[in-house]
Design a protein around this ligand. Structure first.
Ligand code: NI
Length: 175
């Protein structure tokens, strides 16, 4: 655990390529993200969902909608990397997405439902990949060329990262 509330499980780190064991652990983490996220918010009422997870940070509601926004994009990135030759990732303005009306105010059940189905299909896809496919390239305009292994590591970390924002907030508040 780091002392920085923005990074409760630490910043993303990658030492790839991944071993088959690492891949299967990460795929399982992606598959379980919707369940873990649901567990993290269980029993919270509107006022709690409207609480920022840290000073100046997103509310719990925005965090949940952000995970849906991010993972919708992630799912597309995997599919593009599998079907195109070294595609360039399209970044998006996550802060502005989180400030759009639905990203800030919609009932969280909507994004949880999106994540339930999305992660079933996503993990189904991931389990079908060969070692050669995990090595397929994808380019991020800011950080350069990566592999599907790297994408897998990023999103395995990402779900746990935001789930921990909620669980750490609950610990701090005694909820
Ligand atoms: Ni995020």
């Amino acid at each position: 655990m780091s002392g920085d509330p923005r990074y409760p499980i630490g910043k993303f780190q990658y030492d790839g390529p991944l071993t088959p064991e690492q891949r299967s652990t990460m795929i399982e983490a992606i598959e379980n993200t919707p369940v873990e996220l649901r567990k993290s918010i269980r029993g919270l009422v509107d006022e709690q969902l409207a609480t920022p997870y840290r000073d100046g940070g997103w509310t719990v509601r925005q965090l949940i909608h952000h995970v849906a926004d991010s993972h919708i994009n992630a799912y597309c990135r995997f599919r593009l990397a599998l079907t195109e030759d070294n595609p360039t990732i399209k970044p998006y303005e996550e802060q502005l997405w989180a400030e759009l009306s639905d990203g800030a105010k919609a009932p969280i059940g909507l994004s949880l439902a999106i994540l339930d189905a999305l992660h079933v299909r996503w993990s189904m896809l991931l389990r079908s990949l060969t070692p050669e496919e995990f090595a397929r390239p994808v380019t991020h305009p800011a950080s350069g060329q990566h592999s599907i292994d790297w994408l897998l590591a990023v999103y395995s970390w990402h779900g746990a990262h935001h789930t921990a924002h909620v669980t750490e907030l609950r610990k701090a508040k005694g909820w």
